[in-house]
Ligand binder design. Structure first.
Ligand code: ATP
Ligand code: MG
Length: 438
């Protein structure tokens, strides 16, 4: 609706009866929409319903600032009205906000007396927005009350006619103010609901993060327990060098856990997709050999082979989290190949990225299970049938880490034959992406 001066209805113009206008207002309210639009529609209808009204304002109480602020205007330029902020008791609207009672000022002298209470900046803003420093001849204002709160004021003005409003107009204006109060009240409830939803989402993400990291902590713990148990085996007489190596590995795993716990604490407020990656220059082949040796120590059934080309480039990635990806994939390769077999950990170089693959000769994955594989808590029914323990978190975590580095992860598998999981990581200053080459 335009905010041009509303023309006073002349005697030839038929104004719809107040009841029809009110019904239209209720319909507008029920049909929803942005609160600002609904308020403007209600103000416009209120102006039509009170025959003498040529202009009007809807002012909303800003609790934090302790000011009435313009929310909708008819006959005023709302943009120019923006600086307006009326305190309690300031002008007629401020008085109505203070008392919570509808009032009208019939005579220009009364209007002038109330306007004398305006602070200069507000007086100037009103004159600018109206395009005329003159005051209205009569004014009527009704409070917006809802749920025991004063939410603002509806003000209707006749610019030319003194004694323009009747007591019926006052009652009518209160009905319009009540409708506007419903709009403001439900907007406030919607804001509160949004805030609650946002808090719930943050809480859920935090819980997921804790689940993720607790899961990650299990892995080094298992390794530590393995080395410690091995060292205590009475029947094995470990050489000094071997014992020292195991102790060094235990220490390294403890460092790993410490770093993860730090992450857990650091990110207690962060979402699961905000795990901090700290890129470093990494020789991925070395990482791969390290993790393969670690996994090999835990299995006699499987034979692990690492195959990286000599020209494999150094990468910029977070070594701790990249190690985690390799661990998760190798853990699966061992778990889902219960009969054992060959596990290949290979690296390949493409112009813009590198691709690492982990392949096993295990139970494989049916085509229909490949799509949800990277969803949290997803486990293939057949795998569960094999009584393989797992939480369904290893692959989603791996995907998250790979994607956080700007890479991709995908799977190829044949049931009964084996599975290969691939992931790519971008090269430092690499050429065009493989996909771009067509
Ligand atoms: P977690 O890794 O949390 O201990 P998980 O191994 O069940 O548990 P994911 O690593 O996310 O979870 O794997 C999800 C599912 O994908 C597994 O339950 C399994 O059914 C299937 N899967 C993953 N890797 C393989 C594989 N190499 N061979 C066959 N199935 C696999
Ligand atoms: Mg797993």
């Amino acid at each position: 609706m335009s905010s041009d001066l509303l023309t006073a209805p002349d005697s030839t113009e038929t104004v719809p009866p107040a009841g029809l206008l009110l019904a239209e207002g209720v319909r507008r309210l029920a049909s929803g929409g942005a609160p600002a639009e609904v308020l403007l529609a209600l103000l416009s209808l209120a102006c039509q319903a009170a025959e003498a009204a040529e202009a009007g304002l809807l002012l909303v109480w800003d609790r934090a600032a302790g000011l009435l602020r313009p929310a909708a205007a008819a006959g005023y330029d709302l943009g120019r009205l923006a600086p307006l902020g009326l305190q309690l008791g300031e002008g007629l609207a401020g008085q109505v906000q203070e008392t919570g009672l509808a009032r009208w000022l019939a005579e220009p002298a009364e209007v002038a007396a109330a306007a004398a209470g305006w602070r200069p900046a507000n007086r100037a803003a009103l004159a600018r927005a109206r395009g005329d420093p003159a005051l209205p001849a009569s004014v009527l204002a009704a409070p917006l009350n809802a749920a025991g709160e004063r939410l603002g004021v509806l003000q209707l003005e006749s610019w030319r006619r003194p004694c323009a409003f009747t007591s019926a107009d006052l009652a009518g204006a209160q009905s319009w103010a009540d409708l506007a109060a419903v709009v403001l009240h439900s907007a406030r409830l919607a804001d509160q609901a949004d805030a609650i939803r946002a808090a719930q989402t943050a809480e859920r993400q935090r819980a997921e993060l804790i689940a993720t990291l607790s899961h990650e902590l299990r892995m080094p713990l298992t390794a530590i327990k393995g080395y410690a148990s091995a060292l205590q085996l009475k029947e094995v007489d470990w050489s000094e060098a071997k014992s020292a190596e195991f102790l060094r590995l235990i220490e390294a795993e403890c460092d790993n856990m410490q770093a993860m716990l730090k992450e857990l604490l650091d990110s207690s407020l962060a979402a699961v997709d905000q795990l901090a990656m700290t890129p470093e220059t990494v020789q991925l082949a070395d990482l791969a050999r390290h993790v393969a040796a670690e996994v090999q120590r835990g299995t006699r059934l499987h034979h692990l082979v690492v195959d990286f080309p000599p020209d494999f480039p150094v990468l910029e990635c977070d070594p701790r989290w990249t190690l985690q990806v390799l661990r998760n994939l190798l853990d699966n390769a061992v778990k889902y190949a219960p009969q054992g077999g060959l596990i290949m950990l290979c690296g390949a170089v493409r112009p813009r990225d590198v691709v690492v693959s982990v392949s096993d000769q295990g139970i494989g994955i049916a085509a229909e299970d490949l799509i949800p594989l990277f969803e949290k808590y997803f486990r293939v029914k057949a795998a569960v049938g094999h009584h393989v323990p797992g939480a369904g978190l290893g692959l989603p975590i791996a995907r998250h880490i790979v994607e956080a580095h700007g890479g991709r992860i995908w799977v190829e598998s044949r049931p009964g034959e084996g599975t290969t999981v691939y992931f790519s990581l971008p090269r430092v200053g690499g050429g065009p992406a493989q996909e771009d080459l067509g």
